[in-house]
Write a protein that binds this ligand. Structure first.
Ligand SMILES: *Cc1c(COP(=O)(O)O)cnc(C)c1O
Length: 323
C-alpha cells in the first residue's frame, strides 16, 4: 500500500472505521477543533459529529464543495480537516488540492478517506493531503471476505501519533485478514480497471433511460464537478448513483427485480451490488439532512462488479420496467 500510494509509512487496522477513528482521534486532545465535509459515510459522520464532541473536541461540518466554508471554518485551534471524495453516495468530487492549501494555511492537516476513488484512480498525498485512510473491506479485499483498513502518511505522523496509540489501544489488523487482503491487493489494479469500465457502461445505458430522473457518474462530462474530476482522478470510479421515478416505491421495485446485482451495503466487490442509501447507510440522518445531501427516496447506489456489462445492462433494463 505504501508503494501504491506513494506514502512514507502506513499501519493496517482491523476495519476501515478503525483507520478513520485512529487517524482522526489519536493526534487530538480536548480543546482541538475539526472541520469535516458533511457528505460522509454514516459511521464517519458519527465519529465527527457525536463522538469527538463528547471528549471536548469541537467540530464544524461544511458543504465540502464550497471552499469559502472551509476557509471560514478555520480557527486558531483547528488541527484537522477531514473529507471523502467522491462522496458517498451522491459522488460529489471535492477539490483536494485547494482544501489542502486552506488547511495548511491555518496549520491544520488534511485527512482524506479515499475509499470511493481507490489508490488506482486518486493519490491524495500527491494532491497535498497529509493522511489517507482506506476501508480495505471494499476494493482491496474486493470479494466480501473480511474487514480491514489502512492509514498512510509521513513517517513522522505515524511515529508521533499512530504507532503508540495502536499498540496501546489495539485496533490492529489480524494476521489472517492481513494475508487475505494481501491476496486481494495482487489483483486490485485489474479488478478496479475492469469494474470502472463496467460502471461507465452502466452509467451510459442509464443516463437517458425514461425511468431514471437523475444520474451521477464522475467519469461523465455532465458530472457537476467534471473539471475537478479531470484534475485529480484518473477515471470515474466503480460507483454510479442514480434516481428512479416514484421515490422509495420505485427504487424498491427496481432493486427487488434485479437478478444479477445483489442488494448489499458493501461496495467495491467483484459482484455488482446495489444499495438504497435513504433506508440503509444514511437512515440515521433526518429527512432534511438527507435532502440537503441529495439523497432522495428514489436514489440508488450501484457498485459495479466484474460481470459482463451487457448482462448487467439487460438486468437493469428489465428491472426498470417494474418502476
Ligand atoms: C465502508 C467505508 C468505511 C468504513 O469501513 P469498514 O471497513 O466497513 O469499517 C469508511 N469510509 C468509507 C467511504 C466507506 O465506504
Amino acid at each position: 500500500m505504501i508503494e501504491l500510494e506513494g506514502a512514507e509509512a502506513a499501519r493496517s487496522t482491523a476495519t476501515g472505521m478503525a483507520a478513520v477513528t485512529t487517524a482522526i482521534l489519536a493526534p487530538l486532545k480536548a480543546g482541538d477543533h475539526v472541520v469535516a465535509s458533511k457528505a460522509l459515510f454514516g459511521s464517519c459522520l458519527y465519529v465527527v459529529q457525536d463522538l469527538l464532541p463528547r471528549y471536548g473536541i469541537e467540530t464544524t461540518l461544511v458543504d465540502g464543495l464550497d471552499l469559502d466554508q472551509w476557509q471560514r471554518a478555520l480557527r486558531p485551534n483547528t488541527k484537522t480537516f477531514f473529507l471523502e471524495s467522491p462522496t458517498n453516495p451522491t459522488l460529489d468530487v471535492l477539490d483536494i488540492a485547494e482544501i489542502a492549501k486552506i488547511a495548511h494555511s491555518g496549520g491544520a492537516r488534511l485527512i482524506v478517506d479515499n475509499v470511493f476513488a481507490t489508490p488506482i484512480w486518486q493519490s491524495p498525498l500527491s494532491l497535498g493531503a497529509d493522511v489517507v485512510v482506506y476501508s480495505a473491506t471494499k476494493h482491496i479485499d474486493g470479494q466480501g471476505r473480511c474487514l480491514g483498513g489502512v492509514i498512510l502518511s509521513s513517517e513522522a505522523f505515524i511515529a508521533e501519533h499512530i504507532h503508540n496509540f495502536m499498540r496501546q489501544t489495539g485496533p490492529s489488523l489480524s494476521p489472517f485478514n492481513a494475508w487475505v487482503l494481501l491476496k486481494g491487493l495482487e489483483t486490485l489494479g485489474v479488478r478496479v480497471r475492469a469494474q470502472t469500465e463496467n460502471a461507465a457502461k452502466i452509467a451510459e445505458a442509464l443516463a437517458n433511460h425514461p425511468k431514471v430522473t437523475r444520474l451521477v457518474y464522475p467519469g461523465r462530462a455532465d458530472h457537476p464537478q467534471a473539471a475537478t474530476v479531470k484534475k485529480q482522478m484518473g477515471a470515474g470510479s466503480t460507483l454510479v448513483g442514480f434516481e428512479v421515478k416514484d421515490g422509495k416505491a420505485g427504487a424498491f421495485r427496481c432493486l427487488n427485480a434485479l437478478k444479477i446485482s445483489r442488494i448489499s451495503n458493501n461496495l467495491g466487490d467483484a459482484k455488482s451490488l446495489v444499495t438504497h442509501p435513504a433506508t440503509t447507510t444514511h437512515q440515521r440522518l433526518a429527512p432534511e439532512a438527507r435532502a440537503e445531501l441529495g439523497i432522495s427516496e428514489g436514489f440508488i447506489r450501484f457498485s459495479a462488479g466484474l460481470e459482463h456489462p451487457d448482462d448487467l445492462i439487460e438486468d437493469f433494463q428489465r428491472a426498470l420496467e417494474q418502476v
